[in-house]
Design a binder for this molecule. Structure first.
Ligand code: ZN
Length: 278
């Protein structure tokens, strides 16, 4: 288990330290933009109507901040992206990224062509998950560095264009970690369980809120060991790997959501120097 480090500790002493890690910047759909700006105390920032995580950027000078912006996979890279900072617009550009295609065959045909009852269920579940992803909480400090929640090889990377039984479906909005059924899944950072459920596509699912619009999603579990409202320390067990929902075998699907945009979780796992160490 990698140590989980809080950004707060580096903000008082931002000289290069092991604590000083932000996510790796990747200004593409499914990536994260670190957008510097100047503003008076406590700026309020939003992007595509979602509130954005902001951290102080003392290395750049007084009243300097950094917006940590999740860019959704369906963002239009040909258009300039707009942040709203205390009511003023700030634009930044992103580059397009071509993700590979993946063709999967699932046995349960309703997981490819859901019947009307399935769709009704899925619509309800999506609203529940969207509410969890949109939840804004303010713990003492943001957590911007994650361990891996399970041991295993990465069986499907984030962002793949997906075809189920030859039919195009939504892109892969997380990272798949292949692990045997019953393997433990551990909280990769501190947080509060915001939602649990048995969902049509995602199977047994947990959403953990890490604060400031950053949350993590765990799908296809064989067992859920936590309940909504429960506080988790890094390393505590969330549940067990399984193969519930739309799967081809046992694995953990892990997503990170930042300002309600699903982004590549590995941007938060790789060790990166703090921004003043470019
Ligand atoms: Zn997956």
């Amino acid at each position: 288990m990698l140590p989980v480090l809080l950004l707060g500790s580096l903000l008082t002493a931002h000289a290069a330290s092991a604590d000083s890690r932000l996510p790796q910047e990747s200004r593409v759909p499914g990536g994260v933009a670190l957008v510097p700006f100047q503003a008076a105390a406590a700026p309020r920032v939003s992007y595509q109507d979602a509130r954005v995580l902001v951290v102080p950027n003392p290395a750049a000078g007084p009243d300097q901040w950094l917006a940590v912006v999740g860019i959704p996979l369906d963002a239009d890279a040909s258009a300039s992206q707009q942040l709203d900072i205390n009511g003023k617009a700030l634009a930044f550009d992103i580059k397009d990224k071509t993700y590979k295609a993946q063709y999967l065959t699932v046995k349960n045909k309703r997981h490819v062509d859901p019947d009307p009852e399935d769709l009704k269920r899925w619509t309800r579940e999506r609203a529940e998950m969207d509410a969890a992803f949109s939840y804004w909480s303010e713990p003492a400090a943001p957590v911007l560095h994650f361990a891996l929640p399970a041991d295993g090889r990465f069986s499907s990377p984030f962002g793949l264009k997906r075809y189920f039984n030859q039919q195009p479906r939504n892109p892969h909005s997380g990272l798949d970690i292949a692990a045997p059924e019953g393997a433990p899944i551990r909280a990769p950072a501190p947080g509060v369980v915001r939602a649990t459920g048995n969902y049509f596509f995602n199977g047994n699912t947990i959403i953990v809120d890490h604060g400031f619009g950053l949350s993590s999603l765990y799908c296809h579990l064989s067992r859920i060991d936590v309940a909504p409202g429960q506080s988790m320390a890094a390393g505590e067990q969330l549940g067990l790997v399984g193969k519930t929902g739309r799967v081809t075998g046992a694995h953990l699907h892990w997503s990170l959501s930042l300002n309600n945009a699903r982004v590549d979780p590995l941007l938060f796992v790789n060790e990166q120097p703090f921004i003043d160490k470019k």
